[in-house]
Design a protein. Structure first.
Length: 763
C-alpha cells in the first residue's frame, strides 16, 4: 500500500558526493554511483532528480545507508522533476540497508523510483533491494517503483525487487510496514515489464501479514504488495510468456470502483510462481470488482495462496497451470491453505493440488480436506484434482467432498507421481459428481467427491519388477541353457579325440506380462572337450566358459545386464542307434543395472547381482525316413536355482527377490535333410513345446507408502520354432560350422528372434 505522510521536496543535492566507478550489475556498463547516508545528523537529500541520477551514460546505482535518523524521513532516491518529460534510463539499481529502531523517527519512506509528473520512462533493467531493520513503534514505507499522475514506465529487461524489511524483536517492538514492489496509481498510469525475467519479493520479516484493504496498520503488521494497480493504474507483466516470473506478495487492486485498476501477469513454466493473495473489493449486489485481475498460469507455473481460506476474483488456468493448496508459501513461510474460492475460473486442463484427510469427519463430509469453490466460469473447462496424500484413501469408508463448482466446470483425477521416487505406487483418485442420498446441496452447480483410489506401480517399482523378470529369464532355459544341437552342433559327426568350439548367440526377448521389458543380448561361449569310446557308446566330456551382455528397455527406464560363468558337460551317443544323452551342470553370476525416470523427470538407479545354478538332462534319437531325410524327437529337463537378491534403489525403494527353483521341460523335434554328396552337411526345421513345472517367483517392494508382494506361479508354456544347418568345412572333417535361427510364441516371456552360430575344430 502506497502511503504518504510527509510532503516531498524536490532537492538537487549539490553537496552530494558523486563518483563514477566501473560498477557492473547483470553484465551492464559503467553507472553513476551514489552513496547516501541518513542518520541522527543527516536527513538530506529528500529527493534526487532523475536527470541528475542518470547523467552521463544513463545508468544509475544508489546505495543507501540508514543509521537511526532523527525525525520522520521520506526519500525519493530517483524522482522525475519536469512535468511531461521523457526519460531514457539504462540500468537502474537501488540498495538500502541499515536500521531504524528509535522512537525519535516514527516514520520513514524510501521510493526507489518515482514517476509522478505525467512522464514517459524506459529502463533497460530495474533492481531494488531493501534490507532495513525497523523497531519500536516505527512505520516504514518501502516502494520500489511507483508510476502516478498518468506516468508510463516501460522496463525492457530484468526486474529484480527484494524488499526484505525486518522488524527488530529484541524489545517490545510494535513496528509496522508498507512494502510495495511495482505500483501504478491513477488514471493513465502504467508499468510494463514484458521483456525480461521478473522477481519481486516484498516479505516483511517478523511481521504478521495484512491480506485485505486497510486504512490503518495494526501493531506489528505488514502489508506486502508485490504489484499494485489502483485508482485506474495498470501493470502488465510478461505478456508474451517468454520469461520467468516469480512473485512473492499481494496483488493489490484497491477499492476504487469509479477508476478501476488492473494487473495482468502471465506465469509460464515450472520455475514460475506467485505466492500471495489478491487484495480487491467486491460489490456483491452488482457483481463487480474494484479492479480487474488477469493472471494466467500454465505449464506447471503455480499459485500458492497466503490466506487459509483464499479468494480470487478471476484466474486463468491453462494446461498444467497449478493452484497449490499444499505447498509451503515462501512469502508467509507457512503451509496452511484449506480452501480456495474462485469467482471466475477461466481456461482448461489446470491442476488443483490438495491435501485430503480421512482421520476426522465433519458434518459437511470434507473430512478436514482442502476444498475448491468455483462460483462461475466465463469460458467453461475441465481441470484436474491431484490429491497429494491420496495413498491414504485405499480403505475410504465415506466419500470426501472436495469441490463445489459451476456446472460448466468439470474435474478429472490427476495421477499422483511421487517426486522423490520413494513410493511403490502412483495413485489416481476416483472422482464422482453424481447426486446420492445424503449429499450436501451444491451452492454453485455441481459437487465433486473423491470416492477411492486406483493404483499402479511407480516408475521405480515397475522397473524393479521388470528387471527381476529379466534376471529370471536370463538364468533359466529361456536363454542360457540350450539343447545339444545349439551348443555343439551335430556331435555325432566327431572324428577326432579333442575338440575346441566357439559360439555366439544374439537375440531379443520381450515380456508384456506384468511389468514390460525388452532385452537385446549377445552371448559368447568357448569350450573344450575330449572323446572316449566305450563298448556301449562314445562319451564326450568337456567344460566351457560363457559371457552375456544385454541392453534392456522398460516402460519407465532402461538398463544393462551381464552374466558370466562356466559349465561342465558330458554327452553320450551311440552311432549305430543315432541317439544321444546330454548332461550339463552350469553356474552363472548375474549382474544388472537399471535407471528409471518418473513423469516429473525425477530419476533413480538400481543395481543387483546374484548367482544361478543349472542342471540339464536331454535325450534325442534320429530316425531315417528315406531319401536322406531324418526326424529326431528330443526331450529335455532343466532345473535352475536362482539365489535370493536384496538391494535398495537410489531413491529408497527396497527390493527383495526370493530364491527361485525352476523346472522346465522340453519336448521337441527336428526334421531335416542330409545332403547326398556329404552326409555331414544338413539342413533342418525344428519345433519345441516347453512347459515350466515349477518356478514360482516372489518379489517384495517396500516403499515410503506401502509394501507390495508380487507372486507369479511357474506354470508357463510356450513354443519355439526355427531352422538350422550343420556344414563340414574341411575334407578331413575336423572343422564344422553350425547355425540356427528361431523365435518363440505363447509365453509370458517370448523370444522375438535369436541367431545361434558356432565353429568347432577337432584334433
Amino acid at each position: 500500500m502506497h502511503h504518504w505522510q510527509c510532503a516531498s521536496t524536490l532537492f538537487r543535492p549539490l553537496l552530494l558526493s558523486t563518483i563514477i566507478s566501473n560498477l557492473f550489475w547483470s553484465g551492464f556498463s559503467v553507472a553513476e554511483d551514489r552513496k547516501l547516508t541518513y542518520s541522527s545528523t543527516i536527513t538530506d537529500p529528500s529527493s534526487i532528480a532523475l536527470s541528475d541520477a542518470i547523467k552521463g551514460d544513463g545508468n544509475y546505482n544508489a546505495t543507501v545507508n540508514v543509521d537511526n535518523p532523527n525525525g520522520s524521513l521520506e526519500v525519493y532516491i530517483g524522482q522525475t522533476e519536469i512535468n511531461g518529460k521523457t526519460y531514457n534510463v539504462g540500468d537502474y539499481s537501488v540498495n538500502i540497508q541499515g536500521q531504524n529502531n528509535t522512537a525519535a523517527s516514527p516514520y520513514t519512506a524510501f521510493f526507489g523510483l518515482a514517476a509522478d509528473k505525467n512522464n514517459t520512462i524506459t529502463l533497460n533493467s530495474f533492481s531494488f533491494s531493501n534490507n532495513l531493520m525497523v523497531g519500536d513503534a516505527h512505520h516504514h514505507n518501502s516502494t520500489a517503483l511507483i508510476a502516478s499522475n498518468g506516468s508510463k514506465v516501460t522496463i525492457n529487461g530484468k526486474v529484480y525487487i527484494n524488499s526484505l524489511v525486518e522488524m527488530e524483536t529484541s524489545g517490545a517492538s510494535s513496528a509496522t510496514a508498507a512494502n510495495n514492489g511495482l505500483y501504478a496509481t491513477g488514471a493513465g498510469s502504467t508499468i510494463a515489464a514484458n521483456s525480461g525475467d521478473v522477481y519481486i519479493n516484498t516479505y516483511g520479516k517478523n511481521f504478521f501479514e495484512v491480506l485485505t484493504q486497510n486504512g490503518t496498520y495494526p501493531s506489528g503488521s505488514s502489508k506486502s504488495d508485490a504489484v499494485s494497480g489502483k485508482h485506474g493504474g495498470q501493470v502488465t507483466i510478461n505478456q508474451t510468456g517468454n520469461y520467468q516470473v516469480n512473485l512473492l506478495g499481494n496483488l493489490d487492486l484497491g477499492n476504487d470502483f469509479a477508476n478501476r485498476g488492473s494487473i495482468t501477469a502471465l506465469l509460464n513454466g515450472a520455475n514460475a510462481y506467485w505466492h500471495g493473495t489478491e487484495v480487491n473489493t467486491y460489490d456483491a449486489a452488482n457483481n463487480i470488482w474494484a479492479g480487474n485481475l488477469d493472471v494466467t498460469l500454465m505449464n506447471k507455473a503455480q499459485w500458492i495462496p497466503d490466506a487459509v481460506n483464499a479468494e480470487i476474483s478471476a484466474l486463468n488456468l491453462q494446461k498444467e497451470g497449478v493452484v497449490n493448496l499444499h505447498g509451503l508459501n515462501l512469502h508467509t513461510q507457512k503451509s496452511q491453505n484449506e480452501s480456495v474460492k474462485i469467482y471466475d475460473l477461466k481456461g482448461s486442463e489446470g491442476i488443483f493440488l490438495i491435501d485430503v484427510n480421512t482421520s476426522k469427519t465433519d458434518d459437511q463430509r470434507k473430512n478436514g480436506s482442502d476444498f475448491i469453490e468455483v462460483v462461475s466460469s466465463s469460458t467453461g473447462g475441465t481441470h484436474y484434482i491431484e490429491a497429494l496424500n491420496v495413498n491414504k484413501l485405499a480403505d475410504l469408508s465415506e466419500d470426501i467432498w472436495v469441490a463445489d463448482a459451476a456446472n460448466n466446470v468439470s474435474f478429472k483425477a490427476y495421477d499422483q507421481i511421487d517426486a522423490s521416487n520413494e513410493y511403490v505406487y502412483d495413485y489416481t483418485p476416483i472422482l464422482r459428481s453424481d447426486i446420492k442420498e445424503g449429499d450436501p446441496a451444491s451452492q454453485y452447480g455441481t459437487n465433486w467427491y473423491i470416492t477411492g483410489v486406483k493404483t499402479q506401480l511407480s516408475a521405480g517399482g515397475d522397473t524393479a519388477m521388470a528387471n527381476a523378470s529379466l534376471n529370471y529369464a536370463t538364468a533359466t532355459a529361456r536363454l542360457e541353457i540350450d539343447s545339444l544341437n545349439k551348443r555343439l552342433g551335430e556331435l555325432r559327426s566327431d572324428q577326432q579325440e579333442n575338440g575346441v568350439w566357439l559360439r555366439y548367440k544374439g537375440g531379443e526377448m520381450k515380456s508384456d506380462e506384468g511389468s514390460y521389458f525388452k532385452n537385446r543380448y549377445n552371448f559368447y561361449q568357448l569350450g573344450y572337450d575330449h572323446k572316449d569310446e566305450y563298448e556301449n557308446g562314445i562319451w564326450t566330456t568337456g567344460f566351457a566358459a560363457h559371457y552375456l551382455k544385454g541392453k534392456s528397455t522398460f516402460d519407465s527406464g532402461s538398463g544393462d545386464n551381464k552374466s558370466y560363468g562356466a559349465s561342465l558337460y558330458g554327452s553320450w551317443n551311440r552311432p549305430e542307434k543315432q541317439d544321444y544323452v546330454d548332461l550339463v551342470l552350469k553356474y552363472s553370476h548375474l549382474k544388472s543395472n537399471f535407471d528409471y525416470q518418473n513423469r516429473l523427470g525425477t530419476v533413480g538407479h538400481g543395481a543387483v547381482s546374484n548367482g544361478a545354478w543349472s542342471a540339464s538332462a536331454e535325450y534325442g534319437r534320429e530316425f531315417s525316413i528315406g531319401n536322406n531325410n531324418f526326424i529326431e524327437p528330443q526331450g529335455q529337463l532343466v532345473y535352475t536355482h536362482i539365489d535370493q537378491a536384496d538391494y535398495t534403489t537410489s531413491s529408497g525403494l527396497q527390493v527383495q527377490q526370493d530364491n527361485i527353483n525352476s523346472v522346465i521341460g522340453r519336448a521337441g523335434v527336428r526334421i531335416g535333410h542330409r545332403f547326398e554328396e556329404n552326409s555331414n552337411n544338413d539342413i533342418y526345421l525344428k519345433a519345441d513345446l516347453l512347459h515350466e513345472f515349477a518356478g514360482d517367483r516372489r518379489v517384495t517392494l517396500q516403499g515410503k507408502d506401502a509394501m507390495r508382494v508380487s507372486q507369479q506361479e511357474g506354470k508357463d508354456s510356450w513354443i519355439t520354432y526355427g531352422i538350422g544347418t550343420n556344414i563340414q568345412l574341411t575334407e578331413e572333417n575336423n572343422s564344422r560350422f553350425y547355425l540356427d535361427v528361431e523365435k518363440s510364441s505363447g509365453g509370458d516371456i517370448n523370444t522375438q528372434w535369436q541367431v545361434n552360430a558356432g565353429l568347432r575344430w577337432e584334433f
